[in-house]
Write a protein that binds this ligand. Structure first.
Ligand code: PLP
Length: 404
């Protein structure tokens, strides 16, 4: 089964709600979650949706109803997840370089917590000792991920406590009787090679016997989704088979089996998202034929920030002859979405849709140039629902304090 919205459906949604517009296809999220469940069904594995990818509360509720848990990267995400109806027992908070007060707040909310520095682990020990279980985010010193900007587990990364400092973690465990319930790694995003996860498993299995209260091994997110024709997703069935085997054979203390956690973000929501823009201006130059759309890195920053590839289609002229264009935005910065990209002939007023825009799309948007953030629409069971209205002029002034 594959779920997709047709060109004519996307055009009628664009006409109804205006552009620029994010459209999320609920059934595609369900399809992706189903792949994980089918593959890992025979193993003791659970999934926490890394909601930093897309936090619209309707998406959170939809994913909650599918049965997934949720991984949060700030206490505000934790509060959104609670607001969306996740019980605290299904929420994980993976903190990174934050003030200890935020960890205290998360503890008061009763969620699972991963701590990623010795400093905060010590503060946690002093404040709560043995009374509350806690996870540790480690840096496994593994280089992985689509590119260096989305690699987080290598030996120069700020994330996690370097695994070679495990002795220092153990000293804190001893000093404060810490109950370390999980060991966590997240080596990067867009990891194609399943053996990278297995390398991480080896690193964690090496140190696991030192942690007597261990219940979970958290392997983070980072599954790759296909963004170009011919590209492969991470081979989830193969990953499940290998991870399942590694854990089945792992002789953790007294026959106790550890549960595996994953935190997929992109895998669940990326392909469900379509970003629809309208062509404002065509400009022919000696360097390129520019197509300026009514958007920019204020709405979709991934191409500029990570050199991310988004497939673009001219859904208004899908039979038009192919030509090469440079697709740019309309903000006052260089905001090239795609250089020299073959598209069906583009006319002013055409709708261009950016695929794989569900993850880190709207979520990273801003009001740069005092432009409005786009609206968001959920397409579900053949109907569409506005799930965030487009900004209005008042939104630009909302938090400003006018003192002059
Ligand atoms: N978990 C952690 C700790 C992360 O930092 C991230 C992404 O930044 C994720 C999970 C989700 O990664 P992805 O969207 O590539 O699955």
């Amino acid at each position: 089964m594959t779920s997709s919205l047709s060109h004519s459906e996307l055009i009628s949604i664009a006409e109804e709600y205006g552009t620029p517009l994010y459209v999320y296809h609920a059934e595609k999220i369900k399809e992706q979650y189903g792949k994980l469940q089918n593959a890992f069904g025979h193993t003791n594995t659970i999934f926490f949706y890394a909601c930093k990818a897309l936090t619209n509360v309707n998406i959170l509720r939809y994913i909650r109803n599918l049965g997934a848990n949720v991984d949060c990267s700030s206490v505000n995400e934790v509060k959104l997840a609670l607001h969306a109806g996740f019980p605290a027992s299904r929420i994980l908070y993976t903190s990174n370089g934050i003030d200890f007060d935020e960890i205290k707040e998360a503890k008061e909310l009763g969620v699972y917590i991963n701590i990623d520095s010795l400093s905060n682990l010590e503060k946690f020990g002093m404040a709560f000792g043995h009374s509350y279980p806690v996870g540790v985010r480690l840096r496994p010193n593994i280089l992985a991920g689509g590119n260096i900007k989305i690699s987080t587990g290598h030996d120069k990364s700020k994330f996690g406590i370097p695994v070679d400092q495990v002795d220092r973690i153990l000293k804190l465990v001893d000093a404060y009787q810490l109950r370390i319930s999980d060991l966590h790694i997240h080596t990067g995003s867009e990891i194609k090679d399943v053996d990278v996860f297995l390398k991480g498993v080896d690193v964690l299995f090496d140190i696991a016997p030192h942690f007597e209260h261990l219940e979970f091994i958290d392997l983070g997110g980072g599954f790759k989704v296909a963004s170009k024709a011919g590209e492969q997703e991470t081979d989830i069935p193969l990953l499940a088979e290998k991870v399942g085997r590694a854990f089945a054979n792992h002789p953790y203390k007294n026959g106790k089996k550890l549960q595996v956690w994953f935190e997929p973000g992109k895998f669940l929501v990326s392909a469900a998202g379509h970003f629809i823009t309208k062509v404002n201006v065509l400009k022919e130059t000696s360097a390129a034929e520019f197509v300026s759309v009514n958007s920019g890195f204020n709405h979709l920053i991934r191409p500029m920030f990570y050199d991310a590839y988004h497939h673009i289609e001219n859904i208004s002229n899908p039979e038009g002859p192919m030509k090469n264009y440079s697709v740019v935005g309309n903000i006052c910065e260089t905001d090239t979405f795609a250089w020299d990209r073959p598209l069906n002939e583009v006319r002013e007023g055409d709708y261009l849709v950016f695929r794989n825009a569900g993850a880190y799309g709207f979520e990273m948007s801003s009001n740069f140039n005092s432009r409005f953030k786009p609206a968001e629409v959920l397409a579900m069971e053949g109907k569409t629902h506005l799930i965030r209205r487009r900004d209005q002029f008042d939104d630009l002034l909302r938090n400003q304090v006018e003192v002059i």
